[in-house]
Design a protein around this ligand. Structure first.
Ligand code: GUN
Length: 288
């Protein structure tokens, strides 16, 4: 039996979406319907699932979406042209370029081309720089979702040891910044970290975002720690469908943690809610 509080990201995201619906209605009363343009290149199955889920939730709260599905052979220049047209379109408030982009597309050039005021993913260097300075504009959605879940756990990061496992630009680095701004003592572990177990054992807060199934053993987790698992690893275990596993060995970690996110139903739904919140914020900026 687990003693941990299960951090229900699905329920928390539903509450956030209900609040968003009110903000969307206020925009609409002023003649503005928040609109997200989604650019999906190629046919990565995981990306397809994410994009469909984003569009469904957007529709639920009254956010319009515009789909741009392009073949994997699309050139960098064609993408840059599309983004330029979305930047110039006043009815589009947010632009999301689903990652990863196919090999051969210059991802950095594409992300740099998005108008930073429409960059609801928070991936543009201007937005990453503002986050680093502690004056954020758009903050990447998964890191925001992680912080909301830590808040839900009733954990104040101030003075605590926070361990971020993974150093990606879209999760690890920005969530480390958010934890730092919340006054945690932050360590970032990665594939070259010498003794991951020792780092995990001393952490009060663990954010796991490496994309390696159950890399973090439950027995390493400190009693009472807050565990946020960003991992979404599809593992073929011989069953009819691949199994979805986090980066943390869930059952054993839940027996020791103070609070823990399930996979699925933890971070995933929060990412989408935070994305849609960024879209509404972008739209509100145009109607004030
Ligand atoms: N691929 C995996 N996560 C994300 C995300 O949060 N945003 C985008 N655009 N692509 C992703």
């Amino acid at each position: 039996m687990s003693g941990a509080t299960i951090l229900d990201g699905k329920a928390l995201s539903s509450r956030l979406l209900a609040q968003l619906r009110e903000r969307v209605e206020a925009c609409q009363a002023r003649g503005v319907t928040p609109c997200l343009a989604v650019v999906l290149v190629g046919d990565d199955p995981a990306s397809n699932i994410y994009v469909r889920s984003k569009e469904r939730k957007a529709a639920k709260v009254g956010i319009a979406t515009r789909d741009h599905r392009l073949p994997a052979t699309t050139s960098t220049q064609a993408l840059l042209d599309l983004i330029a047209s979305l930047n110039a379109d006043d009815s589009v408030h947010g632009i999301l370029v689903q990652l990863p982009l196919p090999d051969g597309v210059d991802e950095q050039r594409v992300l740099l081309a998005v108008d930073p005021r429409k960059d609801v993913d928070g991936f543009h260097p201007d937005n990453l720089g503002l986050l680093m300075l502690g004056t954020p504009r758009f903050v990447a959605c998964t890191p925001q979702g992680c912080m909301r879940l830590i808040e839900l756990a009733g954990v104040d990061p101030a003075g605590k040891r926070a361990l971020v496992v993974g150093r990606s630009n879209i999760v690890g680095k920005p969530v480390a910044q958010l934890l730092l701004h919340a006054n945690a003592t932050v360590t970032i572990a990665h594939s070259r970290t010498r003794d991951l177990e020792a780092e995990v054992r001393r952490a009060d807060i663990i954010v796991a975002a490496v994309g390696r199934p159950e890399l973090i053993r439950g027995e390493w987790v400190r009693e009472g720690a807050c565990v946020i698992d960003v991992g979404m690893n599809r593992v073929d275990d011989g069953g009819s469908k691949p199994k979805l596993l986090g980066d943390v060995e869930y059952a054993a970690a839940a027996a020791r943690a103070g609070s823990i996110t399930p996979v699925p139903g933890g971070v995933g739904p929060m990412t989408i809610a935070c994305l849609l919140a960024n879209v509404v914020t972008a739209a509100e900026a145009t109607c004030s």
